[in-house]
Write a protein that binds this ligand. Structure first.
Ligand code: FES
Ligand code: FES
Length: 193
């Protein structure tokens, strides 16, 4: 009884400080703290008040309407939600938003706006590596993460980089060909051809 009164007063104190939201769920009531997160998204500095439960995928799609990053499984198993964080490909559905504080995030929209990286998208089109296209943003992001670190990857390295990206439509032969084509095209641009 006394403990309940103390907790209620404590929660009321936090409430008037505007530090948290109450969420009622089947297990009872718990606190969900807000946190300000600063990061660079597709070259633009962002500062956002977030809730602990938010994932990066939620923020991209629901806050910034960057819906090119797809929601597939939501459990880190399909790669449809891949983005680059500090140039490393990760599944945005598995990244709590506070983990991107101070980092750079690049989505497929950022790739499309980058003259060099958008070559990868063109290569996917030319190599017929797309059917429904749902997996394609994640594939392109994984390819970008690879090609930013290894400009001329072997087929083994391409397969390794794409191993966590699932596609239901095309089979993977065209996709691997697309990454090889992108590598060649990017090199040609770098060499000034
Ligand atoms: S939606 Fe993130 S891995 Fe499937
Ligand atoms: S093109 Fe449809 S899931 Fe890959």
């Amino acid at each position: 009884m006394l403990l309940g009164v103390v907790l209620s007063l404590y929660h009321f104190f936090l409430y008037i400080q505007d530090d948290f939201d109450y969420t009622v769920c089947c297990k009872g009531m718990y606190m969900e703290y807000r946190e300000t997160v600063s990061f660079v998204l597709n070259g633009i500095e962002r500062k956002l008040e977030t809730k602990r439960a938010w994932t990066l995928l939620y923020v991209l799609r629901e806050v910034y309407q960057l819906t090119g990053t797809k929601y597939g499984c939501g459990t880190g198993d399909c790669g449809a939600c891949r983005v680059l964080i500090d140039n490393v490909a990760v599944n945005a559905c598995s990244v709590p938003i506070h983990k991107v504080d101070g980092k750079t995030v690049l989505t497929i929209e950022g790739v499309a706006g980058d003259p060099q990286l958008s070559i990868i998208q063109q290569a996917f089109v030319e190599a017929h590596a797309i059917q429904c296209g749902f997996c394609t943003p994640g594939m392109v992001i994984s390819a970008a993460g690879l090609l930013l670190h290894i400009s001329e990857p072997t087929e083994k390295e391409i397969r390794e980089a794409l191993k966590d990206n699932l596609c239901r439509c095309t089979g993977y032969v065209h996709i691997i060909e697309a990454v090889k084509l992108a590598s060649n095209k990017m090199k040609e641009v770098e060499d000034g051809h």
